[in-house]
Design a protein around this ligand. Structure first.
Ligand code: NAP
Length: 371
């Protein structure tokens, strides 16, 4: 394919102060040797997009993490080759609003993405669906690694014909229980599916109104998180044998719920948000992990306080392996995206959508904007 003409200036959503975004002309990012330049067709919103803007503003930095689009330029890695080619349709993840690299973020027309973290799309997958996935699938990867779990797409049986993209409707009676707290979150519905595919018995907390969603993605049982007896209900259901809890919400209350649900022998708890240390020391028989998606890029996350991370090349290597697994999983149609809240209107429409997410008005949907 001929190399497409790439402009030098593009439009992007950048932080114009603590909180608000503005549509501005910015330079198209240079792509490093290990990166692909992707022309975005769709982007998705994550809670981290407004939190970074509100709590850790880098004025002038391009926002956004999740994108899908077409490769328009490739750097040449150290071996002079890439598994990608110009014209490939991919999904990708980047660290937007990044004080260490303010010129690059997903909410723009062109984004530089680490090539080996790009996942090529199956022909049948549209860009909007693809854009909803990057943050979620890589976060599940880190969750799995923390818990010592793995997934081998090559060895999975083909999906059942009746429901090609969801895990088997057959309820597993073996395999370890795993609690997904927030089973109806965008992260939760992907986690549930991958747990089922990996042979675990996932159970979930969610509202009664999203229980069907969590079950359709693989939860074998759901529990209403507002019930005052939810911990006891989970302990009874799992016969005090729950060892693993994944907290997709991350408040002191949800942490207490997860710790309380873990059985007598203790276990492991993975958080997606930071927790007060006074809470983590309550149960010494529960190992506590906190994953932070930015580390997948392998570079220092120059954020303040507890969110700062040193360079982690091992996370980058892990992410590259996980991306290859996700490509295979998508090719085999074994992963279903979260329900989409789809909006046209391009980057300008994103500002109002992000505000809705910030106000907690988005439930059971992943907001995606087509560019
Ligand atoms: N560390 C990382 O790298 C990383 C990566 C991804 C996400 N995260 C964080 O993980 C969290 C979830 O993100 P997301 O995009 O997956 O969420 P999301 O899709 O925006 O979550 C919305 C859902 O949260 C559920 N919810 C709210 N309060 C709950 C509670 N107390 N218990 C159970 N469910 C509850 C609601 O479910 P119902 O409709 O059932 O009430 C709602 O539908 C955010 O804090 C995000 O910043 C962190």
């Amino acid at each position: 394919m001929d190399t497409p003409r790439i402009p030098r200036i593009q439009r992007a959503l950048v932080a114009v102060g603590p909180g608000p975004l503005g549509l501005k002309p910015v330079a198209v990012p240079r792509s490093a040797p290990d990166e692909a330049l992707v022309r975005t067709s769709a982007v998705a919103l994550n809670p981290s997009d407004h939190r970074l803007l509100d709590q850790s503003t880098t004025v002038g930095a391009v926002s956004g993490a999740d994108l899908a689009g077409t490769v328009v330029r490739l750097g040449c890695g150290p071996d002079g080759e890439s598994h990608l080619k110009v014209g490939d349709r991919v999904l990708g993840f980047t660290f937007g609003a990044n004080p260490g690299n303010p010129g690059n973020g997903a909410f723009s027309e062109y984004v530089a993405v680490v090539a080996r973290l790009c996942v090529r799309l199956p022909d049948a997958m549209d860009f909007a669906t693809a854009a909803s996935l990057p943050m979620g699938i890589f976060t599940v990867g880190f969750i799995f690694r923390s818990l010592g779990f793995d997934l081998h797409p090559d060895s999975l049986p083909p999906p059942p014909l009746s429901s090609p993209t969801t895990p088997s409707n057959h309820k597993p009676t073996t395999g370890e229980f795993v609690l997904v707290n927030g089973g109806a979150t965008a992260t939760g519905t992907l986690t549930l599916q991958m747990l089922r595919l990996a042979g675990y018995r996932p159970i979930a907390t969610c509202s009664p109104s999203t229980a069907d969603l969590a079950r359709s993605r693989g939860a074998i049982a759901t529990f209403d998180y507002t019930s005052p007896t939810v911990r006891d209900e989970i302990r009874e259901y799992t016969n005090e044998r729950l060892q693993f809890a994944i907290d997709c919400i991350g408040t002191p209350e949800t942490m207490a719920l997860c710790y309380g649900a873990i059985g007598e022998t203790g276990g492991k708890y993975v958080a997606l948000e930071q927790h007060p240390r006074r809470l983590t020391i309550r149960r010494r028989d529960v190992a506590h992990y906190w994953v932070l998606g930015w580390t997948i890029l392998g570079k220092e996350a120059k954020l303040a306080g507890a969110y700062h991370r040193p360079a982690t090349p091992e996370d980058r290597s892990f992410g590259e392996e996980w991306a290859a697994k996700m490509e295979e999983l998508l090719r085999r149609k074994q992963l279903e995206a979260h329900p989409l809240g789809l909006h046209g209107g391009g980057l300008p429409a994103l500002i109002a959508c992000l505000d809705q997410l910030r106000k907690g008005k988005v439930r059971g949907k992943k907001v995606v904007i087509t560019i």
